[in-house]
Design a protein around this ligand. Structure first.
Ligand code: NAP
Length: 345
């Protein structure tokens, strides 16, 4: 049976800050039947993830496009793959049955067909399906692997996290607090600052947009220096953090969102500081740490069930809202994990 599949596409490659007008809602014809002999899984998308890295896939060229299977170039007019949760409509793969919930690489569309390795059956265990897109999905793994594996924390260490109210950042702060670190975050509005301090228990939070000198701001919040910096933004914030790092400090470079939409913007780190303070600066991709998934998952479920961690998510309804949800990431519109619910569970 053929249906119409609505999906979101870019009109042309994007250079600079994305606008809603860079996107279009397209209609494709889509078969709900499995091709005979194929291992295709036909999926109705329920919740799809809205992630900053997609902007690097939309550019005419970016280093990211050739270094990760998840970050290949997006062609104008074509379906955009994205992490999400869906429900199986039909399957030629014996591992999946009709009505199974699945999590993995879906699309910014109503339906998708998948026959690759990045799809798993999902037992929601009574928790909202959206949790599996964010806190219990790749954002969670990014925060967990980045903090524990890349930053190698010790109890009592002083941790700084940028974009702290975002999907990854809020979880890094919460893991660090649970582990026994002193945690300072920065975020881009008074509302976000209040929420991180009052709801998520960060020790201190500041609004970086109100700080004329980021170096001085960090000196104020870390009079004894920073041991760990979890970087989500790059540029000036990374430069300021390096100036305030302690000896043998660790910096996990998770993302550099302030540089994604501005080709002229790059961090100019004080390398003398890096050398003499023996700072480790390490970039990482969550996809390289899938081996930590079971540990991450059981720890996080435990923290959620015992109320030690909170889920911060920002869910809107309707596929047509994907462009504004995505564009808003670069304006700081979101509080927590940005997700679009495409259809009802
Ligand atoms: P997010 O933090 O939920 O959303 C983006 C946030 O970034 C915005 O809410 C905004 O918060 C902040 N931001 C936007 N433009 C900024 C700018 N010019 N300067 C400073 N802050 C800005 O997104 P996320 O999914 O959690 O991703 C966070 C970072 O991690 C991104 O850089 C992303 O690419 C990266 N990431 C990496 C991996 C990996 O495997 N390495 C995986 C997932 C995500 P404010 O209001 O605070 O400005």
């Amino acid at each position: 049976m053929e249906v119409t599949n609505k999906y979101v596409a870019i009109k042309a490659n994007i250079d600079g800050a994305p606008q809603e007008s860079d996107f279009e809602l397209k209609n494709g014809s889509f078969s709900l039947l499995v091709k005979p002999g194929s291992k295709d899984v036909i999926i109705k998308n329920l919740y799809v993830s809205i992630d900053p890295y997609q902007i690097n896939r939309m550019k005419i060229a970016s280093d990211s496009q050739t270094t990760s299977v998840f970050a290949t170039m997006i062609d104008p007019g074509k379906v955009i793959d994205a992490y999400g949760v869906g429900i199986v409509i039909a399957s030629g793969n014996p591992e999946f049955e009709k009505d199974d919930y699945v999590v993995g690489l879906l699309s910014w569309g109503e339906y998708c067909v998948y026959n690759g390795p990045y799809l798993n059956k999902l037992d929601p265990m009574g928790l909202p399906l959206s949790y599996y897109v964010g806190a219990l999905g790749l954002s969670g793994l990014t925060a967990y692997a980045g903090f524990f594996e890349i930053c190698k924390p010790k109890k009592g260490e002083k941790v700084f996290v940028s974009a702290a109210s975002g999907s990854v950042g809020n979880l890094v702060g919460q893991y660090a607090k649970q582990f026994g670190c002193y945690v300072v975050g920065c975020a881009g509005s008074p509302k976000k600052v209040k929420l991180l301090k009052e709801k998520l228990g960060f020790d201190e939070v500041f609004n970086y947009k109100e700080e004329p000198d980021l170096n001085l701001a960090l000196k104020r919040y870390f009079p004894d220096g920073i041991d760990i910096y979890f970087d989500n933004v790059g540029a000036e914030m990374l430069e300021a953090a390096i100036l305030n790092m302690n000896l043998h400090g660790r910096i996990a470079v998770c993302g550099v969102i302030s540089e994604y939409t501005d080709n002229g913007k790059r961090a100019i780190p004080d390398m003398l500081s890096v050398i003499y303070k023996r700072i480790t600066i390490r970039g990482f991709l969550a996809g390289d740490h899938m081996g930590m998934f079971p540990e991450f998952f059981s720890t996080t479920i435990d923290h959620l069930n015992t109320g030690k961690m909170q889920v911060l998510e920002d869910v809107s309804f309707g596929l047509e809202g994907v462009p504004s949800a995505f564009v808003g990431l670069f304006r700081g519109d979101n509080v927590g994990k940005r997700i679009v619910q495409v259809s009802n569970d």
